[in-house]
Unconditional design. Structure first.
Length: 566
């Protein structure tokens, strides 16, 4: 572009760009282009925009030279929707060999045209000017045009957002996050950010990642001691002697003011030297120990700290003051599960409702899941169609079913009875009252017996966390799990034990330490309130919606045993 000549993109960015009429086009407010979605996702497929000048940026999905190298067809995608825009570039506009390789970034401007009759596109862009190119060396680019497996893409996690599948999942995930905030805000919940670093183990399962600087501190000390060994006891004694001598010198300095000042300076120096010696004398290789255990008083937080497994306990402090709250953030579990449904880092949506019992909790969970499903049908149908075409034929039907069918509710005791009577399938894990239902049992209930989401409630107290409310039978707690086809457990929740004496007894019975939960018990000591809540595993929801098989493909950067890329 010649100096001083403004591109169309610049001119459009400088003017008011949106108007509502059929043939007008909305320019992106913060980049000088039109999103491809605003062209191809119109009800008319963009045909009504023919004749308009636009600038478009994106990455070439496929490109080929035609007409003996006189022009090229490029399928371009900018991530705003699953569909591509067909772009045509003539060889006199730009060197075609630079543009056609999969993965190349182009920023171009030109005119939208109606393609010849018989072609599948509704509209195409005829390029008049190439503003920018981000080239790709096809011999080196790891994601060629051929279809790649999701396993392969996990080894290229930094590039996989460039694929159709991972970008569709990203848009679905984004829609579910937005729907989550919309649902809770429209039901008068307040969004509370709970801490990622915590000193309490919410689930009491001991599956926490520890947060400590002791190892790096120890490494630093060991490195420093190698370069500069700690002083010996004799050197420290010599330092003490020097301080004594300098002290005596100050006392005996009677002469001039000048002499006294000099002696005092010498004494201060000797004291500083001794302090350093004494400090360095304490340096020892290895982790700091006290009474044969690691001494955490020297750690960053002066005590053991962990990554949170759930924001529930902290969000309860807000529920017990602000009534309806929710938290939505990352949670961490150091489970060594190599399953397609577990991650070491995953996101959880945790509402907490004051003045609510288990019944209210189940109602909220059901309405929320239905809302999410309907939201995707209303706002993400093109991406859902992509998933249906490429991964799971039933994905849209499943959303429709869940958004419109009442969830089945059964008690744990009833569920166990049903599973004990199953004859057409042999479970790997034996079913009997008291067991923690495993994924095979959960999926059998929801996929085979009821063919819809199932809420199992009133679980044996022995398999559930300390904070769940003890039922009058003294054997079960007011817990509930929402099970959905394809995934199994999507939500875990409960009514919380609000009675001080009961929860105190439960903590004791379960052999948990009191000290870390003292603050939690204060919520029962001062103004206790009946309250309930649940946690929805956000990736499990994305898995359920997309129909993909592995949870590692529905979070941008999966963390699981042995892997934490980037
Ligand atoms: O059932 P969980 O352990 O419940 C809690 O953490 C409660 N404190 C929630 C609450 O009441 N506020 O976990 C909740 C959900 C599960 O139902 C599951 O969907 C998901 O979190 N989940 C995981 N998702 C991915 N990877 C893991 N390792 C998961 N562990 C739990
Ligand atoms: Mg659970």
């Amino acid at each position: 572009m010649a100096d001083g000549e403004a591109s169309l993109a610049d001119q459009m960015a400088a003017t008011t760009l949106t108007c509502g009429s059929e043939s007008s086009i909305k320019w992106s407010k913060f980049s000088r282009r039109v999103l491809i979605r605003t062209i191809v996702s119109r009800p008319d497929g963009g045909v009504g925009l023919a004749g308009q000048k636009v600038a478009v940026g994106g990455w070439v999905k496929t490109g080929r030279e035609q007409g003996k190298g006189t022009f090229a067809f490029l399928e371009v995608n900018d991530g705003s929707c699953p569909a591509n825009l067909q772009v045509i570039v003539d060889s006199f506009v730009a060197p075609l060999s630079q543009l056609v390789h999969t993965g190349t970034c182009i920023f171009v401007e030109g005119e939208l045209k109606k393609p010849p009759v018989g072609t599948k596109q509704n509209v195409e862009l005829r390029v008049e000017k190439v503003i920018d190119i981000g080239p790709v060396d096809p011999a080196k680019y790891p994601l060629p045009k051929t279809r790649l497996t999701l396993e392969f893409l996990r080894d290229h996690v930094h590039l996989r957002a460039k694929t159709n599948t991972i970008s569709a999942v990203a848009r679905i995930r984004n829609a579910l996050a937005f729907a989550t905030h919309t649902f809770f805000h429209s039901n008068d919940f307040l969004y509370v950010q709970t801490p990622i670093i915590t000193t309490s183990d919410c689930e009491g399962a001991g599956e926490m990642f520890q947060v400590t600087t002791l190892f790096s501190d120890t490494e630093k000390v060991e490195k420093e001691l190698k370069q500069n060994p700690a002083p010996s006891e004799a050197e420290v004694e010599a330092g003490k002697l020097l301080v004594k001598e300098r002290g005596d010198a100050v006392k005996s300095a009677k002469a001039s003011k000048q002499d006294i000042t000099t002696s005092l300076v010498e004494l201060t120096k000797a004291k500083e030297h001794l302090a350093k010696l004494e400090e360095r004398f304490k340096l020892k290789p290895g982790l700091p120990q006290k009474d044969g255990k690691i001494d955490y008083s020297n750690d960053f937080f002066s005590r053991q700290a962990f990554l949170t497994v759930s924001g529930q306990l902290q969000v309860e402090t807000f529920a017990c003051a602000l009534s309806n709250v929710y938290t939505f953030g990352p949670t961490f579990r150091a489970e060594h599960s190599h399953t397609s449904r577990h991650l070491a880092e995953f996101w959880m949506v945790e509402p907490e409702i004051a003045f609510a019992d288990l019944e209210d909790d189940m109602k909220c969970a059901e309405e929320y899941v239905k809302f999410l499903c309907q939201w995707l049908l209303d706002h993400c149908l093109d991406d859902m169609q992509f998933m249906v075409k490429n991964f799971d034929k039933t994905a849209i039907d499943r959303l429709k079913l869940v958004s419109s069918t009442p969830f089945q509710r059964i008690s744990y005791t009833e569920a166990v009875k049903l599973l004990e009577n199953v004859t057409d399938k042999k479970f790997e894990n034996k079913v009997e009252w008291g067991i923690d239902l495993s994924s095979e049992h959960e999926r059998y209930l929801t996929e085979v017996i009821f063919k819809r989401p199932v809420i199992v409630y009133n679980y044996p107290k022995g398999i559930k966390a300390f904070y769940m409310r003890l039922n009058d039978d003294m054997k079960t707690v007011a817990a509930m799990d929402v099970l959905v086809p394809k995934v199994g457990e999507l939500i875990g929740g409960s009514q919380r034990e609000e009675r001080y004496d009961v929860i105190e007894k439960r903590i004791f019975e379960m052999g948990l330490p009191f000290e870390p939960y003292e603050w939690y018990l204060d919520l029962r000591r001062y103004g206790t309130v009946k309250h309930s809540g649940f946690g929805l595993g956000f990736e499990r929801m994305v898995l359920f919606a997309t129909g993909l098989d592995n949870i590692r493909d529905v979070i941008p950067f999966p963390r699981y045993p042995g892997r934490a890329d980037l």
